[in-house]
Design a binder for this molecule. Structure first.
Ligand code: EPU
Length: 341
C-alpha cells in the first residue's frame, strides 16, 4: 500500500481548489481496511475522499487522506419482487446508475449524472428530480476506523435526512464506507412529478409507455443544460441546501415575493428554492475575486480560475448575509468543509 507524503489535491476536488494533504493513500481493495487503520495511527486526523465533488478543501490539510478507488458491481440477490445490487464504494455513481439501467435494474434513473462515487452517495443522501438515495437504499458495509470493526448498516442506522446522514455528522474519517447495496423493485414505477421532467417533450410524448432509459436520458439532458461540468468549470454542485421554513414564515415571504418558489413538505413545512432567492437577489453570473456564481444555476458556486477555499468562503458568506437580510432566511452550506480551523 503506497503512502505518499505531501500530496497535491487540486485535481482530486471538483471545485479545483488548491490544497495539499500531509499524507495520502489509495484504498484499492476493501481488504486494506485494517491496514489503513494501522497507518492512520500515525496521524492526528483522517479524511476519506471519494470523487471530491462535495468538499471545500482548505489549502493545507494536516491529515492522512484516504482516497477510495475500489471497483466492482454485482447482483447480490434477486427475489420475485426486487433486485439487491451491490457496488464497491469507489465506483463512479453515474457509471453505476448507467450499468443498472443497462441490466434492466431500474429505479436509479432520476439520479443520473450526479458527480462523485457510490461510497459518497449515502454520506449526503444524494437526491435529484424527485428521488433520494434513501428511497432505494438497502444497506451498506463500512469499516469503523475508530473501533476497528466491520459494520453492516440498514437504512434506519444511517439517519438519512435531506442531504444529511450519520456519516456527515460523525467525526471526519471515522467511517470508511466499503460497499453500498441498493434495493430496486421489479415493479418499476416512473417518478415524474418534478416540473422539469413533466415539461420534457420526450417524456410527455411517451406517456404511459415511458422507460427508465428515457428518464435517464432526460435527466442527463436537463442537468447538462444548467449544471456546469466540473471538468470545464470547477464546482461542487449545489453550494447551499434548500432551507426549510414553517408555513407561517412561508406565508409571510409569499406576501412580499409572490413568485417565490417553494415545495410543501409532508410535515406542513416548506422547502424554499435557495437558487431562486440567490438569483432574485441578483447574484447569478456575478464574480467576487476568483470565485463566482454560475450563470445558469445560482445555487452553484464556481471556481473562475485559481480560487482557493478562502475565495469561495468569502463569496458564500456575502451571499448568506444578503439572503438573510432580504428574506430573513439562513442558508446552510451543503459541501463538507475539510481542514478548516
Ligand atoms: N431557480 C431560479 N434561478 C436559479 C436557480 C433556480 O429561479 O438560478 C428556480 C428554478 O427555476 C426552480 C427552482 O428554483 O423553479 C429550483 O431549481 P432547480 O430545479 O434547478 O433545483 P434546485 O432546488 O436548485 C435541487 C438540488 C439539486 C438537484 C435539483 C433537481 C439541493 C440543494 N439541490 O436544486 O441537487 O439536482 O434540485 O432535483 O437540494 C446537489 O445537491 O448538488 C444538486 C445539484
Amino acid at each position: 500500500m503506497l503512502h505518499v507524503i505531501d500530496q497535491d489535491l487540486t485535481s482530486f476536488n471538483t471545485l479545483g481548489l488548491r490544497s495539499h494533504a500531509r499524507a495520502f493513500v489509495r484504498c484499492e481493495s476493501a481488504d486494506q481496511a485494517q491496514a489503513l487503520s494501522d497507518l492512520a495511527d500515525d496521524y492526528r486526523h483522517v479524511f476519506i475522499l471519494g470523487g471530491g465533488s462535495n468538499v471545500v478543501l482548505a489549502p493545507e490539510l494536516d491529515c492522512l487522506v484516504i482516497k477510495v478507488e475500489t471497483a466492482g458491481v454485482r447482483l447480490l440477490r434477486e427475489t420475485d419482487d426486487e433486485w439487491i445490487v451491490e457496488a464497491q464504494a469507489g465506483e463512479r455513481w453515474h457509471d453505476f446508475v448507467e450499468h443498472c439501467i443497462a441490466q434492466g435494474w431500474n429505479g436509479l434513473e432520476n439520479l443520473a449524472l450526479i458527480p462523485g462515487t457510490v461510497g459518497a452517495a449515502p454520506v449526503q443522501n444524494i437526491g435529484a428530480y424527485g428521488v433520494e438515495l434513501d428511497q432505494r437504499f438497502h444497506s451498506l458495509v463500512a469499516w469503523d476506523m475508530r473501533d476497528r470493526r466491520l459494520v453492516e448498516m440498514a437504512a434506519q442506522d444511517c439517519g438519512f435526512l435531506y442531504r444529511n446522514s450519520v456519516f456527515k455528522q460523525a467525526e471526519q474519517g471515522r467511517w470508511l464506507i466499503l460497499q453500498v447495496r441498493l434495493c430496486l423493485p421489479k415493479a418499476w414505477r416512473p417518478v415524474l412529478n418534478y416540473p422539469d421532467l413533466q415539461r420534457h417533450p420526450v417524456l410527455q410524448a411517451a406517456g404511459e409507455r415511458v422507460t427508465a432509459r428515457q428518464i435517464f436520458d432526460a435527466v442527463c439532458e436537463i442537468r447538462q443544460g444548467k449544471l456546469p461540468d466540473p471538468a470545464i468549470l470547477g464546482n461542487a454542485g449545489s453550494f447551499f441546501k434548500n432551507p426549510v421554513v414553517t408555513a407561517t414564515a412561508y406565508e409571510g415571504l409569499k406576501k412580499t415575493h409572490s413568485d417565490l418558489v417553494a415545495y410543501p413538505q409532508p410535515d406542513g413545512t416548506y422547502k424554499l428554492a435557495a437558487g431562486w432567492m440567490i438569483d432574485h437577489a441578483g447574484w447569478k453570473g456575478s464574480r467576487m475575486g476568483a470565485a463566482g456564481v454560475h450563470e445558469r444555476q445560482a445555487l452553484v458556486l464556481v471556481n473562475g480560475g485559481g480560487a482557493n477555499a478562502g475565495d469561495i468562503a468569502a463569496l458564500a458568506d456575502a451571499i448568506t448575509a444578503d439572503i438573510a437580510a432580504r428574506f430573513g432566511v439562513e442558508l446552510e452550506q451543503e459541501p463538507v468543509k475539510v481542514g478548516w480551523a
